[in-house]
Write a protein that binds this ligand. Structure first.
Ligand SMILES: [Mg+2]
Length: 300
């Protein structure tokens, strides 16, 4: 029997979180604009010179290879977190919804998961990401953005929607527990929407959590996440019996639930990120480690 009766929904970042590398970097560096240009473009986002969406379109547009060729290199270079598969199987066994939430392109992420986990297991994972138009001859790789914002995908909005959906389908009085797992600064707006936050150790999401005093649990592999989630489930069942507020409850994240109840999140939220959120409009690609000393320039 599951250690808790409460509904649990997991949202996880993909690049740098489930996989140790960034799918986009692997493609752009090997088959597209090249590492040097990619770093320069990343810098343009960082300085605010150009938007993430604009730069991403240039990066994806620099690819001129068929999808299959691009995939061969990803299969060779990508490494899955050693504890991920076991964690995912644990989620399936315990009826925990597991969703990928990414600034990347859905067809690519789907194919990577199918390959590394097998289609059957991968089919249990919902992917919330941008769509893409990839011509079979490789002449065009074009993102179809999920939201009409500078980021293309407002991950915080997607987590809010996921929470609202889970609350809607929950039994009377049951409040679902929302877990977010990530590694980079671009995860921060979404991470703030979760009740329980996991940040990969030594990377920028963790640094920001420390700087901004955001509670989080550090992890080195999904084996740590599994152990912690099991403990959280037990704790929740003991303290609440799975009814009402979860033992780990983030009131700020749950404000939406009170305000909008079962209604959909208003569209304008997507178009007008708060000033605070804007500070964190960093791309997925900035997930490599930067010592704290270099991060002092970042607005906080
Ligand atoms: Mg990431």
């Amino acid at each position: 029997m599951s250690p808790t009766t409460r509904k649990i929904v997991c949202f996880s970042d993909f690049d740098g979180t489930i996989f140790m590398q960034d799918t986009g970097h692997v493609l752009f560096d090997n088959l597209g604009c090249g590492e040097e240009r990619r770093r320069l473009l990343d810098e343009q986002i960082k300085t605010g010179e150009r938007s993430f969406r604009d730069v991403s379109e240039e990066m994806w547009g620099s690819l001129r290879v068929p999808f299959e060729d691009g995939f061969q290199i990803m299969e060779k270079e990508l490494e899955i977190d050693p504890g991920f598969q076991e964690f995912h199987q644990f989620c399936v066994a315990n009826d925990i919804d597991f969703n990928v939430i990414s600034a990347g392109l859905k067809p690519i992420l789907r194919k990577v998961l199918d390959t590394f986990l097998g289609e059957h297991e991968a089919s249990r994972i919902q992917i919330v990401a941008n769509d893409a138009d990839i011509r079979s001859d490789g002449s065009e790789w074009k993102p179809i953005w999920r939201h009409d914002t500078e980021l293309g995908h407002d991950k915080a909005l997607s987590v809010k929607e996921g929470r609202a959906l889970a609350a809607e389908s929950a039994l009377d009085g049951e409040i679902p527990l929302i877990i977010f797992i990530g590694d980079g600064v671009s995860d921060l707006p979404a991470a703030r929407e979760a009740d329980v936050l996991f940040a990969r150790r030594g990377l920028r999401l963790e640094e920001y959590c420390i700087e901004n005093k955001i509670p989080y649990i550090g992890f080195d592999s999904f084996a740590d996440v599994k152990r912690e989630v099991e403990a959280i489930m037990k704790e929740d069942q003991q303290k609440t019996g799975g009814v009402g507020k979860p033992a780990r409850f983030n009131p700020r994240a749950n404000m939406w639930r009170r305000i909008s109840s079962k209604q959909a999140i208003p569209q304008f939220v997507a178009a007008t990120p708060s000033r605070e959120d804007k500070m964190f409009l960093w791309p997925e690609s900035f997930s490599e480690y930067h010592p704290t000393s270099q991060m002092n320039n970042v607005p906080a």
